[in-house]
Structures are given as C-alpha cells and as structure tokens.
Ligand binder design. Sequence first.
Ligand SMILES: *Cc1c(COP(=O)(O)O)cnc(C)c1O
Length: 401
Amino acid sequence: MLDRTSPRQASSGKTIRSPADLAINGAPPAFAEPLHVGKPNVGDRAAFMRMADAMFDSGRLANGGPLVEELERRLAEHLGVRHCLAICNGTVALEIAIRALDLSGEVIVPSYTFVATAHALYWQGITPVFADIDPDTHNLSPAAVRRMISSRTTGILGVHLWGRGAPVDELQAIADEHGLKLMFDAAHAFGCSQGGRKIGGFGSAEVFSFHATKFFNTFEGGAIATNDDELAQRMRLMRNFGFAGFDNVIHPGTNGKMTEICAAMGLVNLDGIETVIATNRRNHAAYSEAICQLPGLSILPYDAEEAGNYQYVVMEVGPNCPVTRDAIVAALQAENVLARRYFWPGVHRMQPYRDLFPNAGALLPQTQVVADRVVVLPTGTAVTPEDCRVIAAIVEITERA
Ligand SMILES: *Cc1c(COP(=O)(O)O)cnc(C)c1O
C-alpha cells in the first residue's frame, strides 16, 4: 500500500527510495529551486502592464482613483455585500474596523492565528483575550469563548482559519446574548463560504488580506466588507484621515488607502481566481491521497459542500507518527520544500503576550496541541501534483528512517 507513494523520481532526477536518498542525509535536494508556502499567484501580466500604462497616462496613482473604485465595486459584487472598502493592507483594515466598531477593554480572539489578529487590538490599547480552539476545525470553540467573557469584554474577533468558516452562528448568538460586537478576520477566506453563505457578510464587518502570499493578492492590500451603511461611511472617513472633501476633516483617521497600482493587480488577479482555485484544489487532492495513507499523518479536509480557495495544505502530525513534526519539517526544508509550522508557537507564546499573560497556556490546551502538530505544505500555481507526490515520498521515507 505504501508503495503508491515511494519510490518517486524528483524533478532534480534523484529517486527517493531509501533514507540515503534524503538531502538531510547528504543527498542532493529533490528540488533545485525552493518551493514556498504562499508563493504569489500572479494573473495575466500583459493585462496588468496595459492597466499600469493607462494609469500612468491618467496621472492618478492614489486617493481612490478609478481602479480602486472598480475593484471595490467588483469585490462587493463578488462577496455579495453592500460595501467593500479597499485598504492598504489587512492589518490596517483590522485596525480601522476594530476602531469603527468602538471596541475597547477586552476582545476575545483565538491564539491560533497570525499574530496580526491580536496586534491590531493591542496596537490600539485593547487587550486580546485568547480563547481555545476546536482541535478538529482549528477555529474558535464557542464554549471556550463563553468561558473568557468578563465585564470588560466588548467584542469577539473570530478568524476563518485556513479559509474554513468559523462557527459564525454560534458566535453571533453569544455576541447577541452578551451585547458584544462580532467581527471576523477573513484574511484566509476570500472566495470561501460557510453554511452556503459567502464569507464577507458575517458579523458587523469582515476583513480580508490581499498580501502577496494570500490566495488573492494586490501586492499588499486588504479590504473591509460590511452590510452596515453607517459603519461603512465611518470607515471610509477613517481610511482617509477623516476628510469629507477639501480642507474639511470631520473625524479622526489614518491613512488606509489602497494605491491604484495595487488595485490594478487586484482587477487582473480577480479574473484569474478560478484558475488558482482549480490548481490549489488539484494539489490538495494529490497531497491528501498520498499523505493520508502514511502512518500518523493526515491532511485537514475542506468541506466539499462549501466554496473554498484550498490555499492551505495543512498536514497534521499525530501521536502515532513514528517521527516528530520538527523532524519532518527539517527533512523537507533540506529538499528545498519550505514547509512551515503555522501558527507555532501560538500568539499567546509571542511577545508582548507571553510576558503579559504568562499563564494563558493553561486555558489553551488545544491551541498548544494543534500548534505543535501542524505543517503547512507548499501549493499554488508553482506546484504540480507530481511535486505533491514527491513531497509525500520524502515524508514517507523520513518516517521510515
Ligand atoms: C495575513 C494575515 C493578516 C494580515 O494581513 P496583512 O495584509 O499582511 O497585513 C491578518 N490575519 C491573518 C489571519 C492573516 O493571515
């Protein structure tokens, strides 16, 4: 049964049959060029160049020019929301949404996420309170969220981790019951759905990241989606220093504007997302087939009933695996497969949170278990299904070594 994976011939020409074939044991690497998690997906370059030329001709480079306006229109339509604000990056988008919702005191967040989710709160004097996750979904556990509510809690900031929807209905019920605001960090979830409904319309606002490493990118960028007219109006002011026309500042604000060249990248890449989804989905299937037959290993599945972008191939190294997670990562990296330990060690074990809440881990047992067993594998348009099978063969031989 195992022989379905190995031996495999890598693109470098070496055959992976025994531990002596592994780069970690001195053999040449399986891949001449590094395979990255989150290598940028770039759409039609000629179309981008034409749009850039038109932009230079127009003389509009920033300040909500025609490309940003068009991108916002198309994103709102794609997400099925009333308002979509293009922002310079996902972190500033989180900061603006958090401030526009008037969050203060304590806000409940997962620790198992990218550090920006917590930093966007802390940066504005709000205490992130970390709640544990469900080890099966890697998303917030509603029961754990309930346990973390205090008299200082003003909101819940959920994350749709790996593009898999958070338990939106349960979190909304908790928020309603306790008079809390609910918003989502949807940085991973562009193009995804939850319960058949497009992510973008849940809670008061949802925030996307369009960073180069994300499924859909605008070089750097982000967006805030909301169906709340008044909130959208306030966030538009905040994004542009509070300006309501020339010389007329009516609100505190920051500079969260997206540039025209970034919007051009977004418009071009938006036309290519179906291709990227198909590629990611094909790679995810190839990895799942090859990895899930190996002892102690599994690939986190995506719900076939939901829309998904399949951007993250999340391998879990279970207790029955004969080698450690870190041994697998070291073996892969030696082969130029730059697998990552996302989101190890958990935000609560990063600064400043580690010093501020030295005992947080006691209430985050599942976060720590999951953070210790995940490896994210390279995918995207730079990775072929055969590459996925070669990577699985490397993992298989590492397990036997
Ligand atoms: C990437 C990411 C962010 C930050 O977005 P940027 O556009 O890089 O600022 C926030 N939260 C999560 C979960 C992310 O993955």
